[in-house]
Design a protein around this ligand. Structure first.
Ligand code: KIV
Ligand code: ZN
Length: 513
């Protein structure tokens, strides 16, 4: 069996999805979960792209011990220096440096000749090797590059010290047969290829990212890159959970091993979906809500007689629990702690107290508290920033009647600690509430998206709201949950506004778990 390394880029390429904006605490939570999932390498961000990204990569590098942490850099000395500063404390620091190699990218984007690109690539890999032991070099848009140019440049960057050669299908253009053939050609024609590992990185513009990744593995690639839930630029990246499960279910066809812990798939997928606000479609392979639902009578009959008739993946394999009824009104602190630890949460004492209080409040209002409810409360508490100047909701009231003008009154505290209060109207309850918040918050706010959903089912289900907005010209997203839709809406609004401060000011004094 050949071993394949899993390289997760949810926090870098995934975070490049339109409207996705994770803060440092959320990135740390995802990083910890990726470590638990067993990824070999995680790309924590692009340190030179912003101060927020730099700090998040540094915090992840200092926290994660069982996966190698990497960061992206363009082929410039300053990007590489910044990446080193962010990554040098990692257990196994690793650099990912890239430059485009396709004729169209070299001519129009880089405005460089192929010779200049080759020289830059070699110089920057040599420069990076003075700092990093592990250097991955990527030929951006490799699948539309000329093969003989790839052979020449790869030979030279390996001589310069590259330890991994990644050949991305940057625009999701290639087909499985073509992509596999490219790797075969490189293996057969690059004389020093045995000194580096080959890696694939696929985008899903034509819906072939997973198939292309599997074709690459069949043609000698020993590292596969992708994201959780397939999130990423445009149509996204290859979905790692799909690759993992395909390799497992079709071992007969794919004799490869990975270090992934498949039963962590569901939690990883949930965490990424909640934090990014990118909902997993019901029919998504492996992690969609309907992936294990059997609707038609014929299918149900077959599954009852023998599950294998229609079910090739079991819910248990990917960590989907069927018995998710949980604690009730009378459950004590001990049972609560056991339960949340079982769900993968380890909270500090203060956060545990806060979570227990929130749980008790919920049991007063809701007959059955499910795992999904608990997960929602816990991720909010776990990633809540403490000791940071921000806006805090004190209280609000909304008056709505079918014949009245909806009116909201809100009280909140500003980052300076001043309590402010006012009222506004709107054509609906949410608009009245948001008009009032906008009047109180002295930032330039423009709401671009509002999405309301329920956590689980039932008339007493928790509401979850995701918003996107620009605050002082910066795109941010926000998340809020509560039993009431208006409270969830207010929380999401304030959560988004606070990100503008938090992205730059949070410093992690102690790990949240
Ligand atoms: O898709 C791509 O080409 C990339 C590179 C930066 C590796 O994400
Ligand atoms: Zn990419």
């Amino acid at each position: 069996m050949v071993h394949v390394n899993i390289f997760d880029t949810t926090l870098r390429d995934g975070e490049q999805s339109p409207g996705v904006n994770l803060n440092q605490l959320e990135k740390l939570e995802i990083a910890r979960q990726l470590e638990r999932f067993g990824v070999d390498i995680m790309e924590a961000g692009f340190p030179a792209s912003s101060q927020g990204d730099f700090e998040a990569v540094r915090a992840i590098a200092r926290t994660i011990k069982n996966s190698s942490v990497t960061g992206l850099a363009r082929a410039t000395k300053s990007d590489i220096d910044i990446a080193w500063d962010a990554l040098k404390d990692a257990a196994e620091p690793r650099l990912h440096v890239f430059i485009a190699t396709s004729p169209i990218h070299m001519q129009y984007k880089l405005m460089k000749t192929p010779e200049q690109v080759m020289q830059t690539a070699v110089d920057m890999v040599s420069y990076a090797k003075q700092k990093f032991t592990h250097v991955e070099w990527s030929a951006e848009d490799a699948s539309r590059s000329e093969l003989d140019f790839l052979v020449q440049i790869i030979t030279k960057v390996i001589d310069a010290g590259a330890t991994v050669i990644n050949l991305p299908d940057t625009v999701g253009y290639t087909t499985p047969e073509e992509y596999g053939r490219m790797f075969r050609y490189i293996r057969e024609n690059v004389p020093n290829i045995h000194k580096a590992a080959l890696s694939c990185h696929c985008h899903d513009d034509l819906g072939m990212a997973v198939a292309n990744s599997l074709a690459a593995i069949e043609n000698g690639v020993t590292q596969v890159e992708g994201t959780i839930n397939g999130i990423g630029e445009r149509a996204g990246n290859a979905s790692l959970e799909e690759i993992a499960v395909a390799l497992n279910i079709r071992k007969d066809r794919y004799p490869y091993t990975t270090n992934l812990v498949l039963k962590e798939i569901k939690r990883t997928s949930d965490l990424v979906s909640r934090f990014t606000g990118m909902k997993v479609p019901g029919n998504k392979a492996v992690v969609g809500k309907n992936a294990f639902a059997h609707e038609s009578g014929i299918h149900q009959d077959g599954v009852l007689k023998n599950a294998l008739t229609y079910e090739i993946i079991t819910p248990e394999m990917v960590g989907v629990q069927s018995n998710d009824l949980v604690l009730g009104k009378h459950s004590g602190r001990h049972a609560f702690k056991d339960k949340i630890e079982h769900m993968g949460f380890e909270l500090s004492q203060d956060k545990l107290n806060e979570a227990f209080t929130a749980f008790k409040q919920l049991t007063d209002r809701k007959k059955e508290v499910t795992d999904e409810d608990l997960f929602t409360i816990l991720i909010d508490i776990q990633t809540a920033a403490v000791d940071v100047k921000k806006y805090d909701l004190v209280a609000f009231q909304v008056q709505y009647g079918s014949a009245n003008l909806p009116t909201a009154t809100v009280a909140l505290t500003t980052p300076e600690g001043i309590k402010v209060e006012t009222a506004r109207t709107g054509s609906g309850s949410v608009e009245a509430l948001y008009n009032t918040l906008e009047a109180l918050i002295k930032e330039d706010i423009y709401l671009t998206d509002f999405n309301l959903s329920s956590v689980g089912s039932g008339r007493d289900a928790l509401a979850e709201v995701h918003v996107k907005m620009t605050v002082n010209g910066t795109n941010v997203s926000g998340r809020g949950s509560a039993q009431d839709v208006l409270e969830a809406s207010a929380k999401a609004f304030i959560n988004a506004v606070n990100r503008v401060f938090l992205n730059h000011t949070i410093s992690v004094k102690e790990p949240a778990i």
